[in-house]
Ligand binder design. Structure first.
Ligand code: 3HC
Length: 692
């Protein structure tokens, strides 16, 4: 074996050359990998003893794509399209041997090889859409030639990987290797190709799957229709459709040229930068500054959940899904039965949609032990309290739990606002206590705020951080403060939304500004969905706020058919002239002058105070990094991923602009807009949150 360069080796076995790429962790197509591929294929070509070449990767995967860390930086030769040309135009057959995840540029490398062999566990895919891109090295041109434009559109627009067996059925992969024997099987396959004098088949020359689609614009119209809702606000997806259409309508070289132009334009777009930022932000969130691999984690074999309400039930489902048994505790039989029935109904609904079998429903339900006996919490390794938001109740529960849970068990509270340290202080083991703040619906939303208490031990924190991905969550470690990261920032937005409607904006105008921005719903639609009567009581209500007035009128949100909006039987919202009149009268009574408010002002007043609060959170060390705040908002509140999260968005607007606008609003409306010191500092330095 000889080294081609630091990440590529060359070996000859019989008449076959093996070019092995070894660039951990995922063999991404860095300059060195591109060079290794090119030099490897050239070496094989020049070697008279060699009659075929296998491209193979060391480590956990075949090439998993372009090197995303190189995007946006000056690129050094050889460039990927040139490397692919070199492979495709080789005079001796090239076989790509796939294992792990052959994604993006990696899959595109495989598509230029003359033949592909894969182990059954391998996955292929073009996930570029998830980074705000389209495949940029022939993927939109070659894949349709193998599988037809409809299937190619499915793959490219979903970004989802498909397995090697499927790839084999579709004709994308020519042969399946035995699991664990890829290198040997690829060598044997190449030897057979040599013996058979197999032709140098080039995907680019194939037309049989394209010809039937020519002159059928309805194929692309259907893809546009099917994806319009899902990709509202995104730029890349229409380009992907256009590019696949080019594959059908244009000669290969022209299609590839246009694909590259679109790819390069998207690469420079703010949307793709934002989506790449989120890719790395999600992975950075898992890293906790003072917790290295030396910190031992505890085994979590079973979980206890206190409270079978909406949150408790949703939380339990996460663990049941992951194969972890759950004991769920309630105080009254009726509440327990209702909670368990809802969990079952949720699973059955999933089964009806064909996304789970009834056997799986039963298997998950069998892992659930409902009980009214608090003493059953002596068993689990982790107990999560999910009762309603009341400090006295939570303190009481933790006091009691302290006497029951086994030594070393982790005790977590799902509080969304309250002081985790005060809760921990009710136990004689505050080092075992932390917050696990799930977001509603807890079995769906991917965010988990992991609230690190003053005394939480490193091992407890490391255990919960490692548990998050096991239950399909992205864990973000945050510090103790009112509302933690997400709800603390949300409170800023809610406050301004409430002020804006008194000053003359309507609830639907405010909501529309946010949905146009890309959020799934605005503050008033959200309040109606949650119920306006959360925390409201008829006894203490004094018509002192708009919410109190609406609740007193029986307008308690969607569930009552009316709230800030009127709802029809299908729960479609319509602006309510009655509510608008209530708001006008209330403002007049309070002496608040109403005026026309521009959409721009609404957006700035809703979002900039959130960014400002985010800066304060960073100053106080309640979040480790600005990108963690972005992850919280994207995973927990539906912030549009193509805007990269509130802190990344601030960077794209420019921190000086954000600061200037906050100062202008401060002069007009007072200290709700007082800029954070960190924002002042970064703006003065010409800095950004991403680089801070
Ligand atoms: N470039 C650079 N770094 C990458 C990378 C890439 N394409 N893919 C993964 N990494 C890094 C991650 O940042 C992470 O780094 P860290 O350990 O420092 O945090 C490390 O590799 C391991 O990644 P994961 O933690 O995600 O490991 P998993 O095993 O869970 O997942 C994976 C592996 C499925 C390959 C996943 O990382 C992934 O989906 N990667 C992105 C794949 C992708 O989008 N490829 C297309 C790129 S665009 C392209 O190819 C354009 C082309 O058309 C021209």
């Amino acid at each position: 074996m000889t080294a081609i360069n630091p990440v590529a080796d060359y070996a000859v076995e019989g008449e076959v050359a093996v070019v092995t790429i070894n660039s951990p962790p995922v063999n991404a197509l860095s300059q060195a990998v591109r060079e290794g591929l090119k030099l490897g294929v050239e070496k094989a070509e020049a070697d008279p003893a060699v009659k075929a070449t296998v491209i193979h990767c060391a480590g956990r995967t075949f090439i998993a794509g372009a090197d995303i860390t190189e995007f946006g930086k000056p690129h050094a030769a050889p460039f990927l399209p040139d490397v692919l040309d070199r492979i495709e135009n080789a005079k001796k057959p090239v076989v790509a041997a796939l294992h792990g995840t052959a994604l993006g540029g990696g899959f595109e490398v495989a598509l230029t090889a003359h033949y592909r062999i894969a182990v059954p566990s391998a996955k292929c895919g073009l996930p570029e859409i998830k980074l705000g891109l389209i495949p940029g090295a022939g993927g939109t041109q070659r894949l349709p030639r193998l599988v037809g434009p409809e299937k190619a559109l499915d793959v490219i627009l979903s970004g989802a990987p498909f397995g090697a067996r499927e790839a084999h059925q579709w004709g994308v992969v020519d042969a399946l290797a035995e699991e664990g024997k890829l290198r040997e099987d690829a060598l044997a396959y190449a030897a057979r190709l040599i013996a058979d004098k197999a032709p140098l088949t080039k995907v680019r020359d194939r037309d049989e799957k394209l010809a039937p689609a020519r002159g059928k614009p309805e194929i692309f119209e259907a893809a546009r229709k099917a994806n319009a809702r899902r990709y509202r606000g995104f730029e890349a997806w229409e380009k992907a459709i256009e590019s696949v259409r080019n594959a059908v309508e244009l000669p290969f070289d022209e299609g590839v040229k246009k694909e590259r132009e679109m790819f390069m334009a998207l690469l420079g777009s703010t949307q793709s930068k934002a989506q790449r930022h989120v890719f790395f932000a999600e992975r950075a969130a898992a890293k906790i500054a003072d917790i290295g691999p030396d910190i031992a984690t505890k085994p979590i074999r079973s979980v206890g959940v206190i409270g079978a309400g909406t949150m408790g039930g949703g939380i339990a489902m996460n663990f049941l899904n992951a194969g972890i048994p759950v004991t769920i505790v309630e105080t009254a039989k009726e509440a327990l039965d209702r909670g368990v029935a809802i969990i079952r109904r949720n699973y059955e609904t999933t089964a009806k949609k064909g996304r789970m079998t009834m056997a799986e429903v039963e298997a998950r339900m069998a892992r659930l032990t409902p009980t009214l006996d608090f003493a059953a919490l002596a068993e689990p390794d982790l107990v999560i309290e999910a009762v309603y938001e009341n400090m006295d109740l939570k303190k009481q529960i933790f006091g009691k739990l302290d006497g029951i849970a086994r030594p070393g068990a982790i005790l977590a509270t799902n509080t969304s606002y309250l002081d985790v340290d005060a809760i921990a202080a009710q136990t004689k083991r505050p080092e075992d206590v932390l917050g696990m703040h799930f977001f509603s619906p807890a079995n769906v939303m991917r965010l988990l705020e992991i609230v690190r208490g003053e005394k939480t031990s490193k091992s407890v924190l490391a255990t919960v951080a490692a548990l998050a991905p096991r239950i399909g969550k992205v864990g973000v470690t945050v510090g103790v403060c009112y509302g933690f990261v997400g709800n603390r920032m949300l409170a800023e937005r809610q406050r301004e939304a409430g002020k804006l409607i008194l000053e003359g904006a309507t609830p639907s105008q405010v909501d529309k500004v946010l949905t146009d921005f890309g959020l799934p719903m605005g503050p008033f639609a959200m309040s109606d969905l949650a119920g306006l009567d959360i925390g409201w009581s008829a006894e203490t209500s004094k018509r002192a706020t708009i919410r109190e007035i609406l609740c007193e009128e029986g307008r308690r949100g969607q569930k009552t058919g009316a709230g800030f909006y009127d709802y029809d039987a299908e729960r479609n919202a319509k602006a309510s002239p009655h509510v608008e009149a209530i708001i006008r009268a209330f403002a007049a009574e309070k002496g608040i002058a109403q005026r026309e408010i521009s959409d721009q002002e609404i957006l700035e007043r809703l979002v900039y105070p959130m960014i400002n609060e985010g800066a304060k959170i960073l100053e106080e060390g309640k979040a480790q990094r600005a990108s963690d705040i972005d992850v919280v908002w994207i995973m927990g509140y539906g912030w549009p991923v193509y805007r990269g999260g509130p802190m990344f968005y601030a960077d794209t607007v420019g921190l000086k602009t954000v600061l200037d606008r906050l100062k202008a609003y401060q002069a007009q409306f007072g200290d709700d807009f007082r800029p954070a010191a960190l924002l002042e500092k970064l703006a003065a330095e010409g800095g950004s949150f991403s680089k801070a």
